[in-house]
Design a protein around this ligand. Structure first.
Ligand SMILES: [Fe+2]
Length: 175
């Protein structure tokens, strides 16, 4: 279950409805998903997509999303530091960044220019679906001990290209 933290205000939200309401007010879609049936840790990508298909299919149809895949990052991932570096710098995308957390965890950081440059982070864990709206400044921290498996949902994979802001703001915040 996601936890939300606003470091500048020393606020932490862990109540599910409070987290959802906070994100909803800022145009960030969040909901809880659970798999249909069990699958083992480290299951094949196809098995994961099949287990979530009953939610994935209607979500994709409704939102006009065309493809979904599974990303897995842990300490055995080749070029881990390169991947960490790619995710952890503030950037935007020209399409929504939709992730369903299947295993492990990670920290999505948001920089809301429309809300007086408010900065907050969401600790995403198993069962959390979060959709970062297109053109929203954000970054993703894998944490000290990277372990995450997530479904990615795309309108067009080309839209995922990160456009870096090079603001350096990402270096001022840690969970
Ligand atoms: Fe991103």
């Amino acid at each position: 279950m996601a936890t939300l933290r606003i470091p500048d205000r020393n606020v932490t939200l862990s109540d599910p409805s409070a987290v959802r309401q906070f994100l909803d007010k800022r145009g960030i879609f969040y909901e809880r998903w659970s798999a249909c049936g069990d699958f083992p840790s480290g299951a094949a990508n196809e098995q994961i997509l099949t287990a979530y298909n009953y939610l994935l299919k209607p979500y994709m149809e409704k939102g006009g999303y065309r493809t979904a895949d599974v990303i897995r990052v842990d300490e055995r991932t080749p070029n881990l530091e390169g991947i960490r570096e790619k995710f952890i710098r503030e950037h935007t995308h020209s399409e929504d960044e939709v992730r369903v957390f299947v295993e492990g965890q990670g920290f999505f950081w948001f920089h809301m220019e429309a809300q007086d440059d408010e900065i907050f982070a969401v600790l995403c864990e198993q069962g959390d679906l979060i959709s970062v709206p297109a053109y929203t400044k954000h970054w993703f921290d894998l944490g000290t001990f990277p372990k995450v498996c997530a479904i990615r949902i795309f309108t067009d994979q080309a839209g995922w290209v990160p456009h870096y802001t090079n603001s350096g703001i990402d270096q001022r915040y840690r969970w």
